[in-house]
Design a protein around this ligand. Structure first.
Ligand code: NAG
Ligand code: NAG
Ligand code: NAG
Length: 771
């Protein structure tokens, strides 16, 4: 395996420089990985049972089916009769295996030590228990040493382990009368715990006076180590253990001798193969274990072993009785149906109908009659006043409409009727109603740029409405042009602009509502239940690249996004990427506090060549996209003071690591597994290409998109996993989202960007001074 991956590396190295399609290589590497992965865990041909025992990987009965020899289970059929069920043994020992669980427990059968002195009916016999486990320690938390008898001393010792120790307990009594079933407090039965980390056992039973005084009811002494739950003392055991000769003993199994931290460094040997799995250090001796992340279950040792749990199909999910439960990958959500209010969770406020039931008292009817007549009187008077106010408002709205370029837009719609069929000019009233008069509870997010509200249109369509803070009057024409242009974009990976409202002091923009927050949240918010898997990251990268390639080359006029960053990539419930895009930058007020937040938000993604020359080309987006790729690969922030001074900038940190062949050290731990090292390297090289200093040397967005697409197909096909159906249903689901702050440039002509250049120059200044 080692040899194979290093030879692959040699094949790929010369390719690093050229960023072009290398589908041939993908095919070869993918094919090799299928082959090696199959050799490692050929689950189809492996025998996964022995008698009634289920044998999950990493355990196995034959070569190629277990992780390493420690996990060998020998399955033997007893030679005497051919029909008897076969018996599983631990490795090559004669220790019978009873049960294997993936949470690190292994039950074996351990015999009972006994001592029956001369005069007993059971012939004089003395039998010790000797157990040598070698690899897996005996669980100190689950087992207990137990001795049974009324003239009994039980001893337990261990020598082969690192620890030499001996302990025991004594049980003395003279009649059965004062014994209590189930109690091992030294009368008839005594117990004592065992220490951690022991891997062998020697158990001895003995007596002090050869049972001479208690022979009638207790002829023998017994001693054994047993799973605490599996043994309950009964006075009947004093005779002959009711014939029981062995008890279950729990072992704590773990992989290897390393801690998680060390084990992760060797990705080939690392046993937690599943995406969405986590590593835990063993609590009893060296080694580590794997578990599926929260929200997933299955076998974390298999590369596709951890499956999403459909919580909504489990009986005790946390949604309130009449709430709607929606399953997501690794989590789920509850919400109240339309017409109900509440947060939908069982422990929160359950769903109640919005309209309170009228109570059926007569008084209410009388009160109603009175108030209606009063109302009629009042209305008569106030309608005159109201009419005057209303007219004033309408006039103001008309004024704003004109100020905001409404006539210009209307004219355009008239001239280009068909192509503008999706542009909607919303009225102020409509949006007020949609946002419940811009109610605080509808705010999705606030920032230097303004406020984003969640709105519900009369047809129940959920939208995001952006209300900017200040509008620069000189750029109204620009703004209208952008609204028109962006409205024509119809790409599934671009957030759709639905329309705008010009009747307010600042124009309002109405967007498609994206449900699952920003990519940045998903990468950097450690409080999220489960991190994005590599497959998902690759999907998001591919979709983003596709969207940018489309903006660059397939729209009537090339559109340069100019602010590609992880906070501008929104995700819906199926983790489909939506590049958020509109001309909001024009609307950003240039006061001091907002500049600093903008610098922080965008620095780290800005193309250095564009910084220096002021020349904007599509390649600036390619650079920014390269930073997003690096972010996806490393899980690091684009700018972080946690890194050394020279590597504050992720682009520099990333490129130097790739150049020095340290890629494996900087990749985010959980995305790396044996099967995706090569694809990860490919993507890293692609990111490096995007981050070249000279724009000319960078690939085009189209090339990037095609290369990612190729890689994704490679990942998808060998295992036949295809999530097309989920992609198609993605528009149907929705839950709350975060706001977007997007900055997009239209066209590459100098005039189109002049307004923004001066801003960038201003942004640069404090940075230079600060160095
Ligand atoms: C093995 O473990 C499973 C799950 O913990 C349990 O249902 C089963 O009864 C166990 N079998 C034995 C023989 O202990
Ligand atoms: C010990 O126990 C085994 C069965 O568990 C039995 O076959 C053997 O004879 C015993 N040895 C002695 C010395 O009693
Ligand atoms: C303990 O339980 C057994 C039956 O399980 C019973 O025969 C015996 O009398 C009980 N002993 C005491 C002391 O309760």
């Amino acid at each position: 395996m080692q040899a194979m991956s290093s030879s692959l590396q040699i094949v790929l190295l010369p390719q690093q420089a050229a960023v072009k399609l290398r589908l041939g290589i993908f095919l070869i590497s993918a094919a090799i990985f299928v082959a090696t992965a199959a050799a490692e865990v050929s689950n189809s041909s492996c025998n996964r049972t022995c008698g009634s025992l289920e044998i999950p990987y990493p355990f196995g009965t034959s070569k190629g089916c277990y992780f390493n020899l420690s996990f060998l289970i020998t399955c033997k059929s007893s030679s005497s009769s051919s029909t008897s069920t076969p018996t599983p043994y631990l490795r090559v020992s004669n220790i019978k295996v009873l049960n294997i669980s993936l949470d690190g427990e292994l039950r074996v059968s351990a015999s009972v030590a006994r001592d029956c002195p001369q005069k007993s009916n059971y012939n004089s016999s003395k039998n010790n228990t000797n157990l040598t486990l070698q690899k897996f320690p005996i669980s100190y938390s689950k087992n207990v040493f137990t001795a049974i008898g009324c003239d009994t001393m039980g001893l337990i010792s261990s020598s082969a382990s690192d620890k030499n120790y001996m302990t025991g307990c004594v049980s003395l009594c003279d009649s059965i009368d004062n014994m209590v079933n189930g109690s091992c407090s030294g009368i008839g039965c005594c117990q004592t715990p065992i220490p951690d980390g022991i891997k062998d056992l020697n158990v001895l039973a003995g007596s002090l006076e050869n049972h001479s005084k208690v022979m009638k009811f207790n002829p023998c002494s017994f001693a054994f180590v047993v799973e605490e739950k599996a043994y309950k003392f009964s006075t009947l055991d004093l005779q002959n253990m009711q014939g029981k000769r062995a008890f279950p003993l729990v072992l704590d199994w773990a992989v290897g001798k390393q801690t998680c931290k060390d084990a992760k460094k060797n990705t080939i040997e690392y046993a937690c193969k599943a995406a969405n799995s986590e590593c835990y250090d063993s609590t009893n001796g060296p080694g580590y274990r794997c578990n599926c992340s929260l929200g997933y279950d299955g076998n974390p040792y298999l590369s596709r072993g951890c499956k999403d749990i459909d919580e909504c199909n489990t009986p005790n999910h946390g949604c309130a009785v009449n709430a709607i439960c929606v399953n997501h990958m690794g989590s789920y959500s509850c919400s109240c149906p339309i017409g109900y209010q509440g947060d939908g969770w069982r422990n929160g406020s359950s769903c109640t109908p919005v309209i309170p039931k009228p109570s059926n008292s007569k008084n209410i009817i009388i009160a109603l009659c009175i108030s209606i007549s009063l109302l009629v009187l009042l209305l008569g008077g106030s309608s005159v006043l109201f009419g005057l106010k209303r007219r004033k408002l309408i006039k103001l709205q008309e004024k704003y409409f004109q100020q905001n370029g409404g006539l210009m837009l209307q004219e355009h719609i008239l001239n280009h009727g068909r192509s503008m069929e999706t542009t909607k000019i919303f009225s102020n009233d409509e949006l007020k109603k949609a946002t419940n008069n811009y109610d605080e509870s509808r705010v999705l997010g606030k920032g230097g740029y303004g406020t984003v509200y969640k709105g519900v249109l009369p047809d129940n369509k959920v939208v995001a409405i952006k209300k900017s803070k200040v509008c620069d009057k000189s750029q109204i024409e620009q703004f209208i042009n952008e609204v028109i242009l962006l409205n024509q974009i119809n790409h599934r990976n671009v957030v759709k602009l639905l329309g705008c409202c010009l009747e307010t002091e600042v124009p309002l923009l109405v967007y498609e509502f994206i449900t699952n927050g920003t990519l940045s949240d998903h990468i950097h918010d450690i409080s999220r239940a489960s991190p994005l898997s590599w497959e998902r990251r690759l999907k998001i990268a591919t979709e983003t690249a596709r969207a940018l390639a489309y903006l660059h080359s397939e729209t009537s006029m090339p559109i340069i996004h100019r602010d590609v960053k992880s906070t501008n990539i929104l995700l819906d419930d199926n983790h489909t990427a939506k590049v958020a895009d509109f001309g909001a930058s024009r609307l950003i007020a240039l006061d001091q506090t907002e500049i600093t937040t903008l610098v922080q938000g965008t620095l780290g993604y800005l193309d250095p060549e564009y910084f220096q020359t002021g020349q904007l080309t599509e390649k600036s987006d390619v650079y920014s996209f390269g930073v997003v790729l690096a972010e996806l690969l490393t899980g690091e922030e684009a700018i972080s003071t946690n890194r050394p001074e020279t590597y504050k900038n992720l682009a520099m940190y990333f490129v130097s690591a790739v150049k020095e062949d340290r890629l494996l050290h900087i990749l985010q731990d959980h995305i790396v597994n044996e099967a995706n090292i090569e694809p990860l390297k490919e993507v890293a090289n692609l990111a490096k290409g995007c981050l070249r200093l000279r724009g000319e040397d960078r690939p085009t967005m189209m090339e990037v998109a095609m290369e990612l697409e190729g890689l994704r197909n490679m990942e998808k096909h060998p295992w036949g996993k295809d999530n097309q159906t989920t992609e198609e249903t993605e528009y149907l689901l929705s839950t709350p989202t975060l706001p977007f702050n997007i900055d997009i440039g239209v066209g590459s002509s100098a005039s189109a960007v002049s307004g923004h250049d001066s801003m960038i120059n201003q942004l640069l200044k404090p940075l230079d001074d600060g160095r």
